[in-house]
Design a protein around this ligand. Structure first.
Ligand code: FAD
Length: 363
């Protein structure tokens, strides 16, 4: 028996992008339904769990408004505060970049955002997957949903985007992560070179444990990401009983078109990630807020959904595109250990500082 449902807005995916979109659409008066494939939101964790502090996001996106109110989280979601990122070159030369952030528990973080969406009035259904769009209606396991707006917040491989004929990121980088128990330096560490060709390995400390992971670019990798990860763990003398969890990180910058007809893409589905480091949680939330508002305004007074893309371009995409250009430059070095070492030394502390904040490294 198929349940037929009619809503203003259906959001596929309850990650940071989907829950934030739903929250802001509901806050602006829309009737919102969120469909999430996982039984428990945020589980399993496939993330480094690192979040920059609000001031850092304000510095990265100087044109974005009201960042503080959006990214503020309860203290118990700040598992470990840090003020430095240590970057290692292939020869293990290290630079300490002052950068304020914290490690979170990503499952609890996503659940917190989902609760906020529910509090605003959105309804969330878990354990049901989006299957496709038929005759304009969204088809989900056991449900057929008629909606004025369909939001694809379903991650880098977005099935919603595919169903609507929207293109996804052209550079999907595989990445894996795992929790490792032990005592770790109280700072985020990033390792570049043959350890993770075209990407980097990371150790991000938590309390009495760390999130250890690694991402690569397929065009430079000679082994699977899992094999690189095993070697990285061995190199660092780390062991865990847990199985590494993997996902793709979209690294080619925002997709050219995130709106088509009544379909909008947001978060990883729209390539809204910092290409220099793969960080996407705060951007998914910033863009999710625009998506939610624009979708609600469209339902209320017929304003165009493309207002969403205009807001993203005005406030967010500048630094994201700078990061994409820096990544293109970096790609010319990733193929050679020697070239990468040389480039990192040429960049030095000051330019690495800029690079990490999505600022141009070449004037
Ligand atoms: C290994 C790894 C480590 C990372 N570490 C960090 C980090 O430390 N800090 C950071 O800022 N960013 C990090 N990122 C990037 C970050 O995880 C993403 O940018 C962020 O999760 C984007 O949020 P989202 O809501 O767009 O997508 P997601 O978080 O992927 O959420 C998509 C949701 O849609 C659901 N879904 C998918 N398909 C369907 C379907 N057919 N039907 C219903 N639901 C569906 C999924 O179950 C999921 O809940 C990392 C990425 C990877 C791969």
């Amino acid at each position: 028996m198929v349940e037929k449902v009619k809503v203003d807005i259906v959001v596929i995916g309850a990650g940071p992008a989907g829950s934030t979109t739903a929250e802001h659409a509901a806050m602006n008066g829309a009737d919102v339904l969120v469909i999430e494939r996982r039984k428990v939101i945020g589980v399993p964790v496939r993330c480094g769990e690192y979040m920059p502090n609000i001031e850092e996001i304000e510095r990265i996106f100087p044109d974005a408004h009201e960042i503080g109110s959006l990214l503020e989280v309860p203290n118990d979601l700040r598992v470990l505060d840090q003020d430095t990122i240590r970057i290692f070159s292939p020869s293990m030369r290290a630079w300490d970049v002052p950068f304020a952030g914290y490690t979170t528990d990503r499952d609890r973080f996503d659940q917190h955002l989902a609760r906020k969406a529910e509090k605003a009035g959105a309804r969330i259904v878990t354990g049901k997957a989006f299957l496709g769009i038929r005759d304009g209606n969204v088809i989900v396991d056991g449900m057929e949903i008629e909606a004025k707006v369909i939001v694809g917040a379903d991650g880098p491989l977005s099935k919603v985007g595919k169903s609507a004929g929207l293109k996804r990121s052209t550079d999907l980088c595989p990445a894996v992560t795992v929790q490792v128990e032990g005592d770790f330096e109280p700072m985020c560490q990033m390792f570049f070179g043959s350890v993770a060709p075209g990407g980097y390995g990371w150790i991000i400390p938590k309390k009495g444990s760390a999130n250890v992971g690694l991402g690569v670019a397929n065009r430079f990798a000679k082994m699977t990401v899992g094999e690189y990860f095993e070697k990285f763990m061995e190199m660092k003398g780390l062991r865990t009983e847990m199985h590494p969890m993997g996902k793709f990180d979209p690294m080619s910058g925002p997709v050219k078109q995130a709106v088509k007809g009544n379909v909008m893409l947001v978060g990883d589905a729209a390539g809204q990630v910092m290409a220099v480091n793969g960080g996407g949680i705060p951007i998914a939330m910033l863009c999710g807020r625009f998506a939610g508002r624009a979708a609600a305004m469209h339902v209320k007074n017929g304003s165009p959904l493309s207002d969403y893309e205009s807001m993203c371009r005005k406030q967010i995409y500048g630094p994201l595109m700078t990061a994409v250009h820096t990544k293109y430059l970096a790609n010319t070095c990733f193929g050679s250990r020697w070239r990468l070492e040389w480039a990192m030394r040429m960049l030095g502390q000051r330019r690495i500082n800029k690079l990490i904040r999505c600022k141009p490294v070449i004037p």
